[in-house]
Design a protein around this ligand. Structure first.
Ligand code: ADP
Ligand code: MG
Length: 387
């Protein structure tokens, strides 16, 4: 029934104008003993998408990927690949690991041909498939080398070739660039993105590196303690983080503890260590007046010096640190609250050379829409209580 059912699912999706889904997780839970590593997650991955599971170490990324790959069984829920349960029919996913996992005693050609040999394909089909994929990955000149004779980047290309030669529906990649140095990692990011467009299949990628996720992905799934906290494009997640946790994890941000004040004339207001000011609610129902919230202001939306004068929200502070980051100079501006009891260092990114020095008094300012009110993260609250 496999093929017929495939076709009808795809045809139905096309007819209804819905995106075709390659992978669906429904209320998937995985426990190790009494510990819940993945907590009832729902996920839909559109065909041909580069989707990244992003989150800190231990949040359940690998476990989720291993369940999609069929290496681990879910305790609850269901996983469908192209509309069919994962255990139906031939395997439709392949996995690439950080450690490459190549056979050390086999040449590049033998490593790449291995999967097709296991499928008992005729020799000419195997040769043609291997030759084509080695060419695509720029490995043709390395065909008779052994893994130990190659660099990390080259070995990872062999691992990619070995996975792709079997023409999986979905490629699963678990921190595949994690063992490479920064320069090679950046280069391989570019190659991976190009490769994914070339082969056109769905990639599900795992990383704890937010910059890598932003660079590679059509869609990012932010995970935290076995839960999905947000799904969106890199831009959506950066501009409209669902929680303070996401805002803090993706890019640099100034995260101010705050109390939400009653809305005045349709405008939300907050009380913070920087005083009271208007701000934008990330979602209309994010919190009620009196609730503890967080206010996120990105360093690059804050103006400094003369540029601050035109901004509706202004503060005066003292420059306490300054670092040149290449495309921007990042300054730390210490703002003391009125009582003198507390102060807060606001990070500001200035595009160019900043002429102020430590100790200088400077003005900063921002637009109301750039101060985003987010639900307070439970852990941030706990950290504050411990201070
Ligand atoms: N086989 C296992 N036995 C017990 N605990 C595990 C096992 N695999 C993973 N875990 C735990 O599940 C949590 C999630 O692990 P993992 O999915 O590997 O996280 P990530 O890939 O996001 O770093 C971690 O706390 C980890 O220690
Ligand atoms: Mg992992």
């Amino acid at each position: 029934m496999g093929r017929a059912a495939d076709a009808s699912q795809s045809e139905q999706a096309v007819a209804s104008g819905r995106p075709q889904l390659d992978v669906q997780l429904r209320a998937v839970t995985k426990r190790f003993g009494s510990f819940t590593a993945v907590n009832a997650i729902d996920l839909e991955v559109e065909r041909g998408q580069f989707l990244t599971l992003l989150g800190p170490s231990g949040c359940g990324k690998t476990t989720t990927l291993r369940m999609i790959g069929g290496f681990e069984n879910a305790d609850e829920g269901s996983i469908l690949i192209d509309g069919q349960p994962i255990d139906t029919g031939p395997k439709r996913t392949r996995m690439v690991f950080q450690s490459y996992a190549l056979f050390p005693h086999m040449t590049v050609v033998q490593n790449v041909a291995f999967g097709l040999r296991m499928e008992r394909l005729p020799k000419d089909r195997i040769d043609a498939g291997v030759t084509a994929i080695l060419a695509k990955l720029g490995l043709s000149d390395h065909a008779s080398k052994f893994p130990r004779q190659m660099s990390g980047g080259q070995q990872q290309r062999v691992a990619l070739a070995r996975a792709l030669v079997t023409q999986p529906k979905v490629l699963l990649l678990d921190e595949p660039l994690g063992a490479l140095d920064l320069k090679m990692r950046k280069r391989m990011q570019g190659e991976l993105k190009q490769l994914q467009r070339d082969v056109g299949i769905t990639f599900i990628y795992v990383t704890h590196d937010q910059e890598e996720a932003m660079n590679l992905s059509d869609k990012i799934v932010v995970m935290d303690h076995g839960n999905i906290v947000q799904v969106g494009t890199p831009e959506e997640i950066y501009r409209n983080p669902a929680t303070a946790y996401v805002a803090d994890f993706i890019g640099a941000t100034n995260l101010l503890p705050a109390t939400l004040l009653p809305v005045v004339g349709g405008q939300a207001r907050v009380r913070t260590v920087l005083g009271e000011f208007p701000a934008r609610l990330s979602r209309p129902t994010i919190a009620a007046p009196g609730d503890a919230v967080s206010v996120a202001i990105r360093p690059e939306v804050i103006r400094i010096g003369a540029d601050a004068a035109a901004m509706p929200n202004r503060q005066r502070g003292v420059l306490v640190e300054k670092s040149f980051l290449g495309s921007v100079t990042r300054a730390g501006i210490q703002i003391a609250d009125g009582s003198g009891a507390d102060s807060f260092v606001v990070l500001v990114d200035f595009p160019g050379t900043l002429l102020y020095s430590p100790g200088d008094a400077v003005d900063i300012g921002w637009k109301t829409e750039d101060a985003l009110v987010l639900a307070r993260d439970q852990r941030l609250q706990t950290e504050e209580a411990l201070k």
